[in-house]
Write a protein that binds this ligand. Structure first.
Ligand SMILES: Nc1ncnc2c1ncn2[C@@H]1O[C@H](COP(=O)(O)OP(=O)(O)OP(=O)(O)O)[C@@H](O)[C@H]1O
Ligand SMILES: [Mg+2]
Length: 438
């Protein structure tokens, strides 16, 4: 794969890097050229011959994914590691030199030097870029060298907020931008982050044991001098593991939402796919920043009632609900009753939307088996139609996450029965074919 560095040498370097990194042992790096460029990787092996830019490498890796970079040029290793460090990576193994003879033996007269380092993607977006997908500054960090990675979610700096507002409203003057940005970074974001910490404490306490690994645990809370949360440290629910069928993705999502609504008594209110994860423990939800307790009286606080009123008019989910009730795509009165309100319907409305089109998110795409023309997709899309537009809008059969879960389970068991019948049929063919021939 590489004209300068033999495959044996590359393999030896990967072994060496993996010796001190359990993560590289769990996710053996794949040569960049051999990896599927349409999928995100957990670990890649690159050489200077690949001539990849930091941003290209960033976009090929999952969050938390690592790259082992190998080059015969010492300066190239140093330079590229510095560029990666500036572009959303943490250097987990500093540039080092491997000295080996042609047969892999340390023969003094024929020494070849190879240089390598290891870098991990720790930022969500390339620094300096702005996105509408995320609000806070969220990155991966280790409390101590060699320890486990945690997710750190913090209030973005004034500069970051200003950059984002500028990108969104290029015509606004500097003064207005700064004033608005201050309001967000001094007040609104700290208020929501403080609420998120409090909600997570409740979720961590009350969510039944079987679902625990599927929401973040609040590991540490750092406050500013006014007592507002400034930085949350959360357990990292790392995307990965086996692919789920679309039906299983739907079932687990509905089940987790049911547990949050009915067992814990909280509404999430921002169930966009960006806030889903798929881990070996199953489908999880993150980002409890807009969540509200079912029995909470937001009216008690003028600040909160204003903020939520605004959120329930402007959030992506509410805007979609508004549009769809106007066009007649949502007729269920159980759901349209949640329009502009803090209501569980907001969650199960969006859940129904996500399960019928689960591939909109680049981080989850590889982890859900989805065939738009396939049988499962058609069944789930029909279910979503019934949830949104029931025969009698005043008496919708789906009025909760629990109802949707039961709907999915019914579909699943019908599918299993159909699958069994199919395999029995094909079994018959196998049994009878030899007889027919004889
Ligand atoms: N504990 C976690 N485990 C795994 N991934 C996480 C975790 N927390 C956050 N993430 C990832 O980071 C992204 C951003 O975090 P989060 O959604 O909490 O903040 P945000 O999107 O900035 O907040 P908001 O949605 O309120 O704008 C998530 O979409 C998810 O991909
Ligand atoms: Mg989010």
């Amino acid at each position: 794969m590489n004209s300068d560095i033999g495959n044996d040498r590359l393999a030896a370097i990967v072994r060496r890097a993996a010796r001190i990194d359990a993560d590289l042992r769990a996710h053996p790096p794949k040569p960049l050229a051999e990896s599927d460029s349409k999928r995100l990787s957990d670990a890649l092996l690159c050489t200077s011959n690949d001539s990849i830019s930091p941003t290209q490498l960033f976009n090929r890796l999952r969050w938390g994914g690592q790259a082992v970079f190998v080059t015969p040029d010492r300066d190239a290793a140093a330079r590229f590691s510095l560029r990666l460090a500036d572009n959303g990576f943490e250097i987990t193994q500093k540039p080092a030199t491997v000295t080996r003879g042609p047969l892999g033996l340390p023969i003094p007269f024929f020494l070849q030097k190879t240089h390598y380092f290891v870098a991990r993607k720790v930022q969500l977006i390339v620094p300096g870029e702005t996105t509408d997908r995320f609000t806070y500054h969220v990155h991966l960090e280790r409390a101590e060298a060699g320890g486990d990675y945690e997710v750190v979610k913090e209030v973005p700096s004034l500069e970051m907020v200003m950059a984002r507002l500028r990108a969104k409203w290029p015509d606004l003057g500097d003064e207005v931008i700064e004033k608005r940005a201050r309001k967000f970074s001094d007040k609104i974001f700290p208020v929501f982050l403080t609420r998120e910490a409090a909600i997570l404490k409740i979720v961590n306490r009350d969510l039944p044991e079987t679902y625990r690994g599927r929401v973040p645990s609040l590991l540490k809370l750092e406050k500013d001098d006014r007592g507002y949360a400034r930085r949350l440290h959360l357990s990292w629910l790392r995307n990965g593991g086996e692919q789920l069928s679309q039906m299983e993705f739907a079932r687990q999502s509905a089940d987790l939402l049911r547990a949050l609504h009915d067992d814990v008594g909280i509404m999430h209110l921002d169930l966009r796919l960006d806030n889903f994860v798929i881990t070996p423990a199953g489908v999880g939800f993150v980002d409890f920043g807009s969540a509200v307790r079912a029995d909470e009286n937001l009216k008690q606080s003028p600040l909160l009632s204003n903020l939520f009123e605004e959120l329930m008019r402007t959030s992506e989910i509410q805007r979609m609900l508004f549009r769809m009730t106007k066009t007649g795509e949502v007729t269920s009165e159980a759901i349209s009753g949640g329009l502009h309100k803090v209501d569980k319907a907001v969650d199960y409305f969006y859940l129904a939307m996500q399960i019928s089109s689960p591939h909109a998110n680049p981080d989850l795409k590889d982890l859900i088996r989805y065939d738009k023309q396939g049988r499962e997709a058609k069944l789930l899309s029909k279910l979503t139609d019934q949830i949104l537009r029931p025969a009698d809008p005043a008496k919708p059969p789906f009025k909760s996450a629990g109802d949707i879960l039961r709907g999915i389970e019914d579909l699943k068991s019908a599918e299993t029965r159909a699958g069994r019948a199919d395999s029995e049929k094909s079994g018959n063919v196998e049994i009878f074919t030899p007889d027919l021939k004889s």
